[in-house]
Design a protein around this ligand. Structure first.
Ligand SMILES: Nc1ncnc2c1ncn2[C@@H]1O[C@H](COP(=O)(O)OP(=O)(O)OP(=O)(O)O)[C@@H](O)[C@H]1O
Ligand SMILES: [Mg+2]
Length: 257
């Protein structure tokens, strides 16, 4: 197998309901190379979250396998994966700091040590001073940052993000996406990202997989190279190539319904 590949899905099938099986995912195969930003776009119900749950090892596929660094990991939860869920809720009874260190505590790290490690994260995620607050005291954007911080502090090699910025207003979304891109590039992470938003997919990704629904299948794979080094969304969007990519994905989605 190609040693540049970080994660690979081969021939994934998923059926729910054993008596009347409905095929949710049909023969889904893809790769995410090391340090690549890969996005999935597709209509609601095409199986994106189901695919992520399979990648994360939370759900067994009916057929096919997942490989991380060429090793088969199907159905097992890998410590290499950090997962920002579609509905990523913070625990309301824990402070922000306690929410952030939850995963480290579960892993058996001492609370004081975990808090020490969290200090630098609070600084770089611009949330220093909010450690003792509760989730209800933070804005939506801040809570999203906390959710991402909680994932990043575990230092996963691969980050799965399921529509993490969907509910945010536009300027904030642009800001957080720019931050995300510079953070993952700096820390050399592999990202697999779900979005409904074609603009977002083109701006963030090195590669996009376009899915259709019923059954969920990949209809097209597209390499993206905007020719822009900046991680700022507005600068990336200004690329002359942006519209062509946008249009091609739009058409692939339109003809796939
Ligand atoms: N546990 C389950 N049992 C039966 N059907 C399920 C189960 N989980 C998901 N499904 C079905 O699988 C299909 C795909 O769902 P999934 O949540 O993966 O889609 P999605 O692409 O993430 O949609 P959205 O964009 O709305 O988040 C849907 O038709 C859903 O109803
Ligand atoms: Mg979903």
């Amino acid at each position: 197998m190609d040693e540049n590949v970080k994660l690979e899905a081969k021939g994934i099938y998923k059926e729910f309901d054993e008596e009347n099986p409905i095929t949710i995912l049909r023969d889904v195969s893809f790769v995410a190379k090391k340090q690549e930003f890969v996005s999935f776009v597709g209509p609601s119900g095409c199986g994106k979250t189901t695919l992520f749950n399979i990648i994360a090892g939370l759900l067994e596929p009916t057929g096919g396998n997942i490989y991380i660094d060429s090793e088969q990991t199907t159905g097992t939860v890998s410590s290499q994966i950090g997962y920002v869920l579609q509905k990523d809720l913070l625990l309301p009874w824990r402070t922000i700091e306690e929410n952030v260190i939850l995963g480290l505590e579960v892993r058996g790290m001492k609370k004081s040590e975990a808090k020490d490690r969290a200090t630098e994260y609070f600084k770089s995620y611009k949330l220093d001073g909010y450690q003792k607050k509760y989730p209800s005291e933070l804005s939506g954007g801040m809570k999203q940052r906390v959710a991402l911080m909680r994932t990043m502090i575990m230092e996963p090699e691969i980050i799965l993000m399921d529509e993490a910025y969907k509910a945010l207003d536009y300027p904030l979304k642009i800001d957080l996406e720019s931050e995300l891109l510079s953070t993952v590039k700096e820390n050399k992470k592999t990202v697999i990202y779900i979005t409904h938003d074609i603009e977002e997919a083109v701006t963030l990704s090195d590669r996009v997989y376009i899915m259709k629904a019923r059954p969920g299948e990949i209809v097209r794979e597209m390499e993206i190279d905007l020719g822009v080094d900046s991680t700022r969304m507005n600068e990336r969007r200004a690329s002359k190539k942006f519209n062509d990519y946008y249009e091609t994905i739009w058409q692939s989605m339109g003809t796939s319904k």
